[in-house]
Design a protein around this ligand. Structure first.
Ligand code: 6GU
Length: 231
């Protein structure tokens, strides 16, 4: 998968050199390009923002640098139209289902806004050249799209076949079946007076599967009832 990121903080993404995703880049499963938006701003101060039309607090990202940066990526793109993702608290909420869907794409572009957002015409223009989605991490506010982009790349990247060594580990995790995951234990069987639930030591695989499913349901009812179908 090819991933391009447009940002005014390219150094933010140096952590993508390490861990599972760093390895996926080394082996060629993920091809990453990080682009400094200021390289597409040609005034002396490399300005990327300006005051909002209509007034109001804060600054808006100017369209011209974004147009040039996106054109540079899209003009060079081979194959099908990429998906352009703009992280935004005004977007649809990012989910595991969305991560699954996006992990099958050939080319993703992340446009990281800062300040009060990007001039809307950038999004409208991008939609004439690619499939565009505004995506939110949830109901809270971040300073910009960089951390959200990092979270999405990790969620999507680990679903690309070959990135996670043991694909079975993707099956029994939170959200893969619509429920939260069950609690896990390892040795020793007793630690600081706390025992591992005896069923897990029983060797009875049917009983273990039943217990784990009950734990998933109990946890989900308690902390995320919104995930359960209405009664
Ligand atoms: Cl994607 N961006 C920003 N700036 N804030 C957010 C968000 C994204 N998701 C939740 N809050």
């Amino acid at each position: 998968m090819r991933i391009d990121i447009v940002t005014i903080f390219p150094e933010f993404f140096s952590v993508l050199d390490v861990s599972l995703l760093g390895k996926a880049r080394q082996t060629g499963l993920i091809d990453l390009g990080v682009h400094d938006l200021r390289d597409s701003a040609h005034d002396r101060h490399r300005t990327v923002d300006d005051t909002p039309y209509g007034g109001g607090a804060g600054m808006v990202m100017k369209p011209e640098p974004w147009g040039e940066a996106l054109d540079g990526i899209l003009d060079g793109a081979a194959g099908a139209a990429p998906v352009i993702l703009f992280p935004s608290p005004a977007g649809e909420v990012f989910t595991q289902a969305m991560a699954q869907e996006l992990s099958a794409e050939q080319h993703l572009v992340f446009g990281c806004g800062r300040y009060e957002g990007i001039d809307q015409r950038v999004v409208d223009y991008a939609a004439t050249r690619a499939r565009v989605r505004l995506v939110s991490m949830g109901d809270y506010v971040l300073n910009g799209g960089e951390v959200a982009t990092m979270a999405m790349i990790e969620a999507i990247g680990r679903l690309i076949p070959g990135v996670v060594g043991n694909p079975a580990s993707l099956v029994e995790e939170s959200h893969s079946d619509g429920l939260l995951e069950y609690p896990s234990y390892t040795k020793p069987a007793e630690w600081r007076g706390l025992a591992v639930p005896p069923v897990l030591l029983s060797g009875n695989h049917g009983a273990i599967a039943t217990w784990r499913h009950e734990q998933q349901l109990e946890r989900t009812r308690r902390v995320r009832p919104d995930l359960l179908p209405p009664l």
